[in-house]
Design a protein around this ligand. Structure first.
Ligand SMILES: [Zn+2]
Length: 120
């Protein structure tokens, strides 16, 4: 019984679960949850989940299996700053790339304030 519990979530090849699967205490060192990546100032980048971690919830009630995706820290990228995030999601051609306002002058490529500042 104890043995079955220990190996239940052990599936590095993903044959049983369709994705490589580890119990919480046997996660390879290079894999991180989103929260762990964020704590290190990282985001997954272009990679999808590399594996999943399964464990039994300890919340009272019927036993529930919980899952978390994990990502390869070696493929992770630095977290974006708030400014980078705005630039990445802002509609192109409308937002001033310097100060991130929406009052861009299309001929100048930036807003009038930034153009004036650049000229000064
Ligand atoms: Zn501007």
């Amino acid at each position: 019984m104890a043995r079955r519990t220990r190996t239940r979530f052990w599936d590095p090849s993903g044959r049983r679960y369709g994705i490589p699967t580890y119990p919480r205490k046997k996660i390879p060192a290079h894999l991180r949850t989103l929260r762990q990546l964020a704590a290190e100032g990282l985001r997954p980048g272009d990679q999808g989940p590399q594996a999943q971690v399964l464990w039994c919830s300890r919340v009272p009630g019927p036993p529930r299996v919980r899952a978390a995706y994990v990502y390869d820290v070696r493929l992770a990228l630095p977290k974006r700053t708030p400014g980078q995030r705005i630039r990445a999601t802002a509609p192109k051609g409308r937002t001033c790339p310097e100060c991130l306002t929406e009052a861009i002058d299309r001929r100048l490529g930036v807003c009038p304030d930034c153009a004036e500042e650049a000229a000064a």
